[in-house]
Each structure stands twice: as C-alpha cells, then as structure tokens.
Design a protein around this ligand. Sequence first.
Ligand code: ADP
Length: 600
Amino acid sequence: MKAKKPNEISVLLGYAGKYKALTFLGMFLSAAAMVMGMIPYVCIWLAARDLIAAAPDWTEATNIGTYGWAAFGFAFGGIVIYFAALMCTHLAAFRTAANIRKQGVAQMMKAPLGFFDNYGSGYLRNRLDGGASETETLLAHNLADIVGTAAMFIAMIVLMFVFDWRMGLSCLFAAVISVLAMFSMMGGKNANLMMEYQTAQDVMSKAGTEYVRGIPVVKVFQQTVYSFKAFKAAIEDYSNKAEKYTGGVCRVPQSVNLTATEGVFIFLVPVVLLIAPSALSAGNFAGFITNFAFYAVFSAIVSTALARIMFAASGLMLAKTALARIDTVMNAPTLEITNNPQTPKDNGVEFRDVTFTYDGAETPALEHVSFKALPGQTVALVGPSGGGKTTAASLIPRFWDVSSGSVTVGGVNVKDVDPHVLMDKVAFVFQNTRLFKTSILENVRAARPTAAREEVISALHAAQCDDIIEKLPNGIDTLIGSEGTYLSGGEQQRVALARAIIKDAPIIVLDEATAFADPENEALIQKALKTLTEGRTVIMIAHRLSTVVGADKIVVLDNGHVAEEGTHDELSHAGGLYERMWKEYNQAVTWKIASVKESA
Ligand code: ADP
C-alpha cells in the first residue's frame, strides 16, 4: 500500500519542534478572538431589541449604554487577543524557519562533497533560505486565520439558531457558494492547471533574471533581443497558461465567488421579504426587525471571513512549493560515518573492483576498476573525455561513495576512515576549485587555520603566485572580489594550489588541467607542481601527455573501464589506446612547433 504523504501543515509543524505548542496556542487565541469579535454584534442585537421595544419613548431603553460599553469591551478584547495570537504564531513561525535552516545546514554537513558539485552553493542557499522564509506567512498568519475562520463559522451556526435560522441560513448559503467556487478553481484537475500556471510564472521570472544578467553580453556582441529566445518563450508560455487558467477556469467561479463574498446582503433581502408577512401576522414584527438589523450588520463579517479563506488557500499553496524547495536540501544524501574508525597504515591508494553509478544515471561511470598507487608514487589517469577520470579521482576524498568494490587509503576502506582523518590525509585540487570572498591569506589558510603568515607566503611562493601578490593593492591581505580585485581562472587555481601545498597532506588528488589553465605560465606551474607532489602519493588526472611521461604508472580509463595500465615506456609501444593517444599528441605538438616556426 502506498504510504500516505503527510500534509504540508504537519510537515511544517514537525519542523516547529517545541514551538509547536506556541502555534497551537496562537491558533486557539485566534479562535477566541474571532468569537469575541462576534459578541459586539450580539450587543447590537440587544440594543436594537431594547430600542424597538421602548419606541417611541427611547429614554426607556436604559441598558443601551451598557450594551455599547460591552460591545466596545469585547471588540477591544478581541483585538488584544488577536494581537497576542499573532505574537505567538509569529514567534513560532520565525523559530520554525530558523529550525528549518538549522536542520538543512545540519543535513548539508552530512552530505557528500559531490552533492555540492551537483547543485552549487548559491542554488542550495536559495532553496533552503528562500524556502524557509516562504513558510513564515502560512505559520504566522494563515494557520491562525484558518482556525479563527472555522471558529467563526461554528459561532455563526450557533447564532443562526439563537436568532433567526432562516436569515442565518441565507448568510451561510452565500458562504457555502463562495467556498464551492473557490474549491472549483483550486481543486481536482484545475489544481494541475493552477500548478502549471504558477510554474510558468516561476520560469518567466527566472528567465527575466537571466535576461538582465545577459544584457552586457548583448551590448558587447551587438546582439538583438531575439538572442533571448528563452525569455520570450517563457513570456509566451506564461501568457498562454495564464489565459488558460484565469480565462478558462477562473472566470465564472471567481465571479460567483466575488459576488457571493461581497453581496451576502443580496441573499438576505429576499429571505427577509419572504418571512416578513408571517412575522407581521404572528405579531412579532419587533423581534423580526431586531433580527434583521443583526444579520444586516453581521453579513459584513462573512465577507471578511471568506477573504481570509482565500488568503489561507494561497498561503497553503505557497507553503507547498516552499517545502518542495526545502526538500532538495533535506533529502540530500548522507555520507555514512563509521562508528569504528580505522587508521590508514600508509599513504597508498587502491581501487578494488570499483563500480560507480551516478544517481539517476542508467549506465555506470566506472565499472570493475582496479589499480594501485603505492605510497609516494604518481599515478596518472588518462583517457578520452567521459572515460571516468574525474569520477575515479573524486571517489578518493569521498565526493561520492562507490556502488560496489572499494577504494582504500593506507589499506583501509575510505568509508572506515574518520572523515576528518581522511580530509587531513588527502588534498585535492579540481577544476572548479572556488575561492572564498576573503583575503588571499585567509583563502590559503583555510586548509590549515594554524598556519603562520610566513608559511602562507612561502606556500604562495611555491605555487608561483608571487606575480599575483605583487600586483594586488594590499598584497596577501587583499580581499578577493572587492574593489575590483578579481583573479583570472588560472590565477585562482594557482592560489588553490598554494592552499593544497599548505595543507601538507601526504596524498594529492589533482586535475592537471587546473595546473595548466595559464599556458603562458606553464614553466612556473610545472615548478609549483613539483613542490606539491614531491614525496607524496599523487593521483593526477592528466590531459597533456607530456606530464605523464615520468609518472610511475599510467591508468588508461575508457568508457568507465581500465583499458590499459603501465608506464609510459611500456604503453607507448603496446599498440593500444595509449599508443594512439601518444601519437596524436606528438603530431599535435609537431604541428604547433611547425606553425610557430613558420610564423617566426
Ligand atoms: P572524464 O573525467 O574522463 O572526462 P567523467 O568522470 O567526468 O569523465 O565522466 C564519466 C561519466 O560520468 C560520463 O559519462 C559523464 O557524463 C558521467 N558524469 C560525470 N559527472 C556526473 C554527474 N555529476 N552526474 C551524472 N553523471 C556524471
């Protein structure tokens, strides 16, 4: 049997934790305030009754003042209690949003690093932080109003029997029509149309942001607005969906809803006209007029209550989409953490029959991959694009965990190593290495917070960053990203290399493309690499075969399989994929040299 999905309110209250009670208190106070707010209408009824009974000698109606004060007291009390209700619900809503953020961050801390590569931190922040704020309206206002409105309807039914059930029924009838009209717009198959309409609105607003971001490109390349097809298509799609939903689905029900909401009085008048003759003949005309006066005034609050339901329904919808956004973070995979950590015996790395499939992918990115890097060895991963080099490298620092087989460090499965120990042992520099918006000093020191300033300077020197530091206004104290201080991709990666150097980890996982991002600085970067890799175990994703010639071992990955394995001397004459790649590489280099000579 399919498990029932918990509804949005219970999911949200789940996040509220101990503030759940405060939400319930707020809901109760809101109901109490709503009922108190109805008592002044009863006072009006009492005053009208006394006045009509005393007519025309109004001075006889001595209790009018009391009723007036009582009406004022209850109305004022209702406002005070509603204020208290909102205080409770707001406090609970802010705390719940804070809890959502805390739980989300806690969940992210448990997620594997690859999760952040897939989504990007900006996107995740937006999902969690934006989603959490969007739940506030529902918890702070809508829930209290839903309960208050329900209490009001119950009180209305009670009053219906206390005064005149026929007039009460006519007011209730208007409310029922309005509610039915609202549900016909939002329920059943129309719910899907409404969802499509809202999604189209979302897509359009995102495309709009992209459009604005892309304006500089349009200006530089003199492109016309037609280059922004996506935005235009999003507007057209939104326009179609909006017309389909608002024109096709909402036009009639919304008109009915608004008429019923705003015109409760219209339902009351015919009923009053119908029952007036019988009231006259029964000799109870005074009572009849009193009841009419009551309902005439009372009908106004029915409209208010219905408007609240409408807001509450949209608050629920908003909470639903907000929760879906939050789920991206809450459903993040969790990196298994061992209860019985073992210490790696040395700095070797081994892949034992590793198969790995990305979440949602149909074919494995790696299949039955085995190879070994002895402590201090440099192993180069080469092969065609998409062969699985990056995937293999990212399994060592546990960006992801293998689907089967094992990756071991110092003879211990990486899953059985304490994550902190693993992070101390492995430094990695991948292509998308990011720097923080802080000083160069702090960026490098992030890898080892206890590092002294001099150590940072010498790591930057070893990573060949001297020229970068020299041109910055405040040297290593310059904030990256501020006052127009931006580093090129290659420069950022050299700073990232310095970070890896200062970490002083015995195992390095490195994407060589990173190191060669600035071809003009190749010699400098070769030097930096030498410092980084000396005396360490290195797993290097190699793109330029010149760097792998000296490697202790080359592992050729093709289509997720190890196609060949050996040294450069062995493989360059083995008649396999590596030999072909080596020949192509040399040809390319020869062409390059020839073309340089020609142009010289
Ligand atoms: P290489 O580094 O050799 O170019 P990759 O390890 O990047 O190869 O890719 C191996 C395979 O895994 C490719 O088919 C690629 O499309 C797939 N792949 C890589 N990263 C992801 C990811 N984050 N999610 C799903 N599939 C991926």
